[in-house]
Design a binder for this molecule. Sequence first.
Ligand code: C2E
Ligand code: CA
Ligand code: CA
Ligand code: CA
Length: 276
Amino acid sequence: VKERGKNNYQLFTSEMQQHFYRKMMLEKQLRTALDNEEFELYYQPIIDVKTNEIIAMESLIRWNNEVLGQVTPDEFISVMEETGMIIPIGKWILTTAIAQTARWHNETNKPLKISINVSVKQLLESTFVENVKQAIENASFDASYVVLEITESIAMYAESMIEKLYALKKQGISLSMDDFGTGYSSLSYLNKYPLDSLKIDKSFVIGMNQDDENKALVKTIIAIAKQLDLKVIAEGVEGAEEYEFLAEIGCDYAQGYLYSRPLPVAAFKAQWLSIN
Ligand code: C2E
Ligand code: CA
Ligand code: CA
Ligand code: CA
């Protein structure tokens, strides 16, 4: 027993060491990633459930590093948040996504909205509202086509945060609550924050046709959203059965592999904008 305990202990520390080492590597490589132009934005279409047409796209960051290969955002975003690197990189994301969409507006006759993920750490920055305004002005873009995706974690910062959200709304920007249903917060923020839409977290949507509880949850979220005059986007729509159920219960928009994976610029243009 003693022997096993010792081995478990060693296993545990070596796992911790590996985890620590990995994080150090990520941090080190992230420091130069922006200057080395290692980041890229992918775009995933958001589809109007009624018309089956694309109405918007979400920008999703990708990181290609020579040493580490492709690291998933779920792994490196938290490191960027902990180290504060999310501030300059978040600025780059806003500028790039807005400039890209502005170009697409000029190249097509169907203007789509751009939905951009924003970390709570960015929102906490005193210059955030001004940064967004600058990015929009620099691209001569129309703010009404900008959607910022925020998460329930903003609930921890209550009052000052609400003012900022109103300042963004005043500029004509839309706000969407991402990963809805997964946070710790209560439903009370839904009418406290100036939201335009909710994104139902993909954990409820993926495979929901085999799961009556998830179906009930999705149906209830849509009913609540309707009552509060919020649009609903279901993410993680992978199958036609899920799409059919969403259409039946009045979900407004859908996003997921059923339509498309997130795509790099060239592929997105060819497949969703029909331009080269
Ligand atoms: P998220 O904002 O909830 O983004 C949706 C994630 O679901 C994306 O993962 C997307 O590729 C994936 N997805 C889309 N459709 C499907 C589907 O049908 N099935 C499944 N299984 N997955 C689907 P991704 O790109 O790996 O991003 C992970 C997370 O990293 C994002 O979750 C978001 O929290 C964060 N993230 C990504 N890009 C950015 C960014 O530019 N800024 C910030 N702050 N966070 C970002
Ligand atoms: Ca998102
Ligand atoms: Ca999400
Ligand atoms: Ca997420």
